[in-house]
Design a protein around this ligand. Structure first.
Ligand code: XMP
Length: 520
């Protein structure tokens, strides 16, 4: 759904040259309460002009701007009278296009680097004159373009930042968007709030309020259908719709029997007839159906496929009973849009199931995606704004195929029970130890290994549970979390004592790469 009205205030545009931090740049700008969107460098200048941005930021990228086929942008971009900030590749490109010189650096800079800045520059107001920044470049600006002045340097890099204050053009060789740049947020704040003159009106409360009004206007008296998974995104989308249109909304929640312990009931408590919302809630208890389809299947990809297809089939059957609807709600969020290659320029990482997934099977006229422009942390803020319980809003990421990919080998009802019980104990103890807010993601999985043990003089031949806990910033890389040994011991002894069918507990030390976070 186009949220144009609520987003029609001030906007900054990030032009993506394929850098790995493109989404981070946009997120940081939004942390300054300025709305921001990412566009490919291939976006036409007329389109950019039509958006009337208050500022433009050019991202980093893997190329060398002086090579023939490298991503570039026409000089006109710098002549619109709109402030432009180039970062890394973006900085080099700005110099290259405007008549400066960029070449291979005699010394490659990588990592935390001390930068000496001119605090008189509007970019560096309030920044310390010596500040630690994150550098990552092979090329460097050996000569600034005419009209530019150097406003920062390092021991190895003569142009760490340059400005043409009169034309509001700024170039930074390092990455202010990365947390390792200690005063990076201040610099971005100086650009968007100071140089671009943005008032900083992008706030979740007004976004939520505007979205609700727009949904009402768009839907009118129409009927709306939503597939609810119980995850954060679909829950926030559903509550927003429920607040906007009440019982014109029907939510279908497919319980595939692969959810965490009690999770199906928790979803029903919030969205069901005893919950606070007046919507039509349909819970489909399809556990047996999924277990039936998964019987005898142990190959991970095959399991994923079966679960995905069966989910669509169940949803489709429910949708048919409801008949034609006017709108279908999807919990697509901004990273899904960017990662699917619909927004920025970075490589397509995964075709997310939320983008272009379900619609084929349902008879509807239009899709509503109320969270399409939000980052995950913003979705959570919107959720809190909407009054959704914190427990649900801060729920850990949980894969669509659920416990199906946390049970190595064949999935059975018995194995689901084991992993649900073990996982519940693990989560309870982690919370008791006060670690639940610090560890990125943690869960129990069921290995397919059975081994011999002894319990009360009896021989056992039972399963081994694996505990996983990782710290991660972006879920692309991760490291095993350091959990105090006593906590692990408590979890181990409780699982073995309380969960029938388990006689051994392992802790997984593997980082990602080479491992993945999930087991399958
Ligand atoms: P991996 O296992 O690839 O997981 O290191 C990275 C993150 O993605 C989650 N994950 C999924 N999320 N559908 C989802 O919505 C999936 O099929 C899926 N597989 C993995 C995983 O929990 C972790 O947070």
């Amino acid at each position: 759904m186009e949220m144009e009205k609520s987003l029609s205030g001030e906007k900054v545009i990030v032009i993506d040259f394929g850098g790995q931090y493109n989404q981070l740049v946009a997120r940081r700008v939004r942390e300054c309460n300025v709305y921001c969107e990412i566009y490919s460098y291939k976006t036409d200048i007329e389109q950019i002009k039509a958006m009337n941005p208050k500022g433009i930021i050019l991202t980093g990228g893997p190329n060398s701007c002086y090579e023939a086929d490298s991503p570039t942008y026409s000089k006109e971009l710098f002549e619109l009278g709109i402030p432009v900030l180039g970062l890394c590749y973006g900085a080099q490109l700005m110099m290259h296009v405007l008549g400066g010189k960029v070449e291979k650096a005699p010394v490659r800079e990588y990592g935390k680097t001390e930068v000496m800045v001119e605090t008189a520059s509007p970019l560096f107001g309030d920044v310390s004159s010596k500040t630690i920044c994150w550098m990552s470049h092979f090329d460097y600006i050996s000569k600034v373009a005419p009209g530019f002045e150097i406003v920062a340097h390092t021991a190895d890099c003569p142009v760490a930042a340059a400005e043409n204050r009169e034309k509001n053009l700024y170039a930074i060789q390092f990455h202010p968007e990365v947390l390792h740049t200690q005063e990076g947020t201040k610099m971005l704040h100086n650009f968007v709030r100071g140089i671009c003159g943005c008032a900083g009106t992008w706030r979740m409360d007004s976004f939520v309020e505007n979205s609700i009004q727009e949904i009402r206007a768009k839907v009118g008296k129409g009927k709306v259908l939503c597939a609810l998974s119980g995850g954060v995104d679909s829950s926030v989308a559903a509550v927003m719709l429920a607040k906007a249109i009440g019982d014109q909304l029907t939510c279908v929640f497919v319980d595939h029997g692969l959810l965490r312990k009690n999770e199906g009931d928790e979803v029903e408590e919030v969205f069901g007839p005893n919950g606070p919302y007046e919507l039509n809630f349909i819970r489909v208890n399809a556990q047996e159906r999924f277990y039936g389809k998964l019987a005898g299947v142990s190959e991970p990809e095959k399991k994923r496929k079966i679960i995905g297809e069966e989910f669509i089939r169940v949803f489709e059957e429910e949708a048919k009973k409801i008949g034609a609807v006017d709108f279908l709600v999807q919990g697509t969020i901004y990273p899904d849009v960017v990662e699917s290659g619909l927004g920025g320029e970075s490589a397509v990482i995964k075709s997310h199931h939320n983008v272009g997934g379900l619609p084929d099977c349902v008879d509807f006229k239009e899709i509503i995606e109320p969270l399409r422009n939000l980052f995950k942390d913003e979705v959570r803020k919107a959720g809190l704004e909407l009054g959704i319980p914190e427990k649900l809003v801060y729920r850990q990421p949980f894969p669509g195929p659920g416990l199906g990919i946390r049970i190595i080998g064949e999935v059975t009802a018995e194995k689901v029970r084991i992993v649900q019980d073990a996982d519940a104990i693990y989560r309870e103890e982690i919370a008791k130890a006060g670690l639940d807010k610090t560890i990125g993601q943690y869960f129990a999985a069921l290995t397919n290994m059975r081994s011999v043990g002894v319990m009360g003089d009896e021989r056992t031949y039972d399963y081994a549970v694996a505990l996983r806990a990782v710290n991660t910033i972006d879920f692309m890389t991760a490291e095993a979390a350091e959990i105090p040994f006593e906590v692990l011991q408590t979890v181990m002894s409780r699982i073995i004592n309380e969960v029938r069918g388990v006689n051994r507990v392992f802790y997984d030390l593997t980082s990602k790469p080479p491992g993945t976070i999930e087991f399958e």
